[in-house]
Every structure is written in C-alpha cells, then in structure tokens.
Design a protein around this ligand. Sequence first.
Ligand code: PMP
Length: 407
Amino acid sequence: DGRVDWARVRADFPLLMREVHGKPLVYFDNANTGQKPLPVIASQDEFYRRQNANVSRAVHALGTEATEAYEGARGKLARFLNVRADELVLCSGTTFALNLVAYSWALPRLKAGDAILVSRMEHHANIVPWQLVAERTGATIKVAEILPDGSLDLDALYRAMTPEVKLLAVTHVSNVLGTVNPVREICREARRRGIVTVVDGSQAAPHLKLDVPAIGCDFYAITGHKMCGPTGTGALWARREHLQAMPPFIGGGEMIREVSFEGTVFNDPPHKFEAGTPNIAGFIGLGAAVDYLESLGMERVAAREAELLAHATEALQAIPGLRIFGTAPGKAAVISFLVEGAHAHDLATLLDLEGIAVRSGQHCAHPLLQYFGVAATLRASLAFYNTHEEIDRFAAALEKTRRLLVA
Ligand code: PMP
C-alpha cells in the first residue's frame, strides 16, 4: 500500500546501532552529514575487491567496467535530479560546485559596477566564493534580508534585483533554520530581469523530491554525503550553454581531447570540468545511495521527516526557556534552538554524554546568526531513519541537562 516499514529501514544503517558513552546513539546531526545504508557500504567493498581500475583511459575489462559503473552513477544521479547526464559535472561536493561557478562563470564575466546578490541565510560555501570573485573583479555583494520567522523577505529580494545584479546565489533549504525557499518563483523573477541563478541544493536533495529543470535555475549544486552517499562526492548541474561557454576551472588529464605545447583542445562538458582521477568508488556509492533513496521514494521520505519534525517541535516547545530559530511554514526537519541560561556548547557536551549527537555553534552561517544576535545555537537535524522514541529520549535528556545548567 505504499507504506514503508521505517524500523526495517533503520536497520539498514549499521552505525545507528552503536553506543556512545555507554548509551545508545541518537544521531541528530544529519544536516552536517548523513549516515550510510548497507548497499552504499557494500558498494565500496565490492568496488575495491573486484572492480578497481581508473576510468576513461584503459581498454582492458576492468577499466571498461569502472568507466561504465562511474558513468552509470552519473546517469542515476541525473535521473534523480531529472536532468541530462551530460549537464551534470561530478565533483567533490557543493563547495567545489559553487567554486566552479565562481571561477569559471563569474570571474571571467563580472566587472566593477556589477553585483552578486546573496541571501542572509547562506552557508559560507555560498558566500565566500562570491566574495573572492568580487575582490578580483571589483563587483560588489548585495544581501537580501530575512524575516524574523526565518523565511526570505521576498519583497526585499525582488527589490534588490536591480540592473547591476548579474548573479543571484540562494539556498534551496537552510542548513540552520530548515526554511525551504520558493526557489521556483525566485528564479522566475531573476530570469525576467536577466539575472543568472545559482541554487545551493545541499540540504534539499536529501529531503525533497527534486525536479531541477522545473526550478528554472541556471546552476544547481548538491553534495553526496548528506544524501546517504560517501564523502567527497557531489555535483553541479548547469544549463548546457553555460557549460559550453565556461572555461575549465582545473586543468589536467581526462578533461582534454588533445594536448600539445602549442595548445590544448578541451573535452566536451561535463568531462571538461573533471580533470584528474575522480572519486570513482565514491560516485559508485552515490549511485547506490540514489537507488536506495528512490526505493524509499522521496515523497515518503519527506512525509516521514515532516512527521518527525512535528513531534520534535512539540517536544522541544514543552521545555522552559527554549527558543526555536526558524519557524517558517513547510520547513525541513532542522531545528535550531537555544535554552535560556545555558550555553549551546555546554548543552551539546552534556547531551553527548547521554549519547545524543547534536551540533552546536554557528553552522557555517555567521551572517545568519548575527541577524538573530546570537553567538551560537544548538541544532537537531533529523532524517527519515530517526525515530519518535529517539525524539522523546532527546527531549528528556535536554530537560535533564537544562536543570543541571540552569540552577
Ligand atoms: N551549503 C549548505 C546549505 C550546506 O549545508 C553545506 C554543508 N554543510 C554546504 C553548502 C557545503 O557542503 P560540502 O561541505 O559538502 O561541500
């Protein structure tokens, strides 16, 4: 009947069975990195046991198999995003993907007088590359503000889309607040004004059913390790015309067609942007992760996480002096919070002793925390394999530590 047995799904994640400080682990740091299911773990063993060879170079059987497996993973990821495989550049993660846009698209095009528009809620990976480009081109950075509930101030954003703005970089889902931005509408408004759009999909791909072309952006970046895949994997989707026009970012083998000392002919995209030996095993693992997520169904993943979020929000709201940052409707299962009278790091340290993993700090989003006027928050970020029982244990442990600290 289309229902998922979530207890069986959880059993696919061996790490979740371990103990920490003698207590069963409660892993609520999924926005930082996700845990891996058995098929992904097995794919790594299988690759190095039976298939290991370099891609795109050798004609021998292993080389062909490795190439097919690597390109097969690109195909799986492309289907997951509903994009063409030849428009998907494989790279080490969102950070690399955004830097690729910064160095290959923005750096050669922008000049003094141009502006790059970013939002207040961006991760540093979607701020710093633009600052580096701005420094080198003389362009400026404009910031679109947010509202107190942690949603984007859309009126302010559209007003900020002035003629000097050439590029808009915005996150699909906030890693701190869980806000899901209306990227389709935002990209439509940007496009009407001739502004090229970059969407950071790191926190969206693990939780939402994606249809990247329907968003209408120019670039979409994802990272594999947050969506059940290995670390060091990710991708940049870009419209074909951009990939063709952009110069390569990194030079070396695999990305060329012909090299002589008179000059080099580059390979076609996406290979033009994939110099050197890639993380072959990692991408095969990411392909297995995509298969795994598709077997669950991303709509069912999203519904499960919405249910966990509702439970966790209710449980936390019962704790005296607890303040949640980010309450926009339809948000993802990320809860940033503070408890009056207790330091975030102290709480996280004491929670760790109870086996509970939450993140404390600034979550690579200093400007966002500045908006709220706080130096740090705690962040509990949930995934479909978490349970209602874990939420209750977390809430009880939090109340216990709060009483210890707020004497
Ligand atoms: N953007 C957002 C919104 C993120 O949450 C993260 C990961 N914390 C990144 C970018 C960077 O991803 P990575 O470190 O995998 O490149």
